[in-house]
Design a protein around this ligand. Structure first.
Ligand SMILES: C[S@@+](CC[C@H](N)C(=O)[O-])C[C@H]1O[C@@H](n2cnc3c(N)ncnc32)[C@H](O)[C@@H]1O
Length: 191
């Protein structure tokens, strides 16, 4: 299974938002979620998505999404903003709360999360890294990417000590495009 981490310095940490763009570019988050979790006609079952939000009023928040479809819970591309709002609303202090099957929210920073990983291949998506086409990628890899402003500098400094930089080529892509290209590369490798 692959894991994708999307980190945003400004995405808000409350479910109380209306305008997606004003909520720290939640519109970009929604695109990233769709491109991570969906293919044309189905929900992927081989990807876990982590969203780390550092916006107001109560950062950081970690939203973990590996939605499982059951009779009571259906997720569609149209509902993504609603799903994120609901997860933020349902946050409970001092515990990891499952809001929907496979969808959890908790207070956790990206650096703490990365430091908790053991024996995992962690990769940062960076235009200046090694070409992903030639890179050795471990089983069950974890990839980190940023929003339109990139990965926050303070986090990047720490992450780069353990993670390997991999590039998708010389073009700077939207986050959602980068995820699509990455998923395609990993699908071809059956990772
Ligand atoms: C819109 S880009 C961010 C641009 C931002 N101004 C920066 O300099 O990081 C969003 C994210 O997609 C990933 N990305 C975009 N193009 C890439 C490429 N060619 N190779 C690897 N990652 C890329 C990076 O992780 C980046 O943080």
């Amino acid at each position: 299974m692959r894991e994708i981490i999307y980190v945003s310095k400004n995405a808000v940490t409350t479910g109380n938002f209306k305008d997606l763009m004003q909520a720290g570019r939640m519109d970009i988050v929604c695109h990233a979620v769709i491109m991570t979790l969906f293919t044309s006609n189905k929900l992927r079952d081989n990807v876990k998505l982590h969203l780390f939000f550092y916006g107001r009023p109560d950062p950081p928040k970690h939203l973990e999404l590996m939605p499982r479809i059951d009779e009571k819970f259906q997720i569609s591309k149209k509902d993504i903003a609603g799903l994120i709002k609901r997860m933020l609303y349902k946050y409970k202090k001092e515990r990891k709360k499952e809001v929907f099957p496979g969808c959890h929210v908790e207070k956790l920073s990206l650096v703490k999360f990365i430091n908790s990983l053991k024996n995992r291949g962690v990769y940062v998506l960076d235009k200046n890294g090694d070409d992903i086409r030639n890179a050795e990628i471990q089983e069950n890899p974890i990839f980190i990417l940023g929003d339109h402003e990139g990965i926050p500098k303070e986090d990047l400094k720490i992450i780069k000590k353990t993670a390997k930089k991999v590039s998708l080529g010389k073009t700077t892509y939207f986050s959602s495009q980068a995820i699509t290209i990455l998923n395609n590369e990993l699908d071809r490798r059956e990772l």
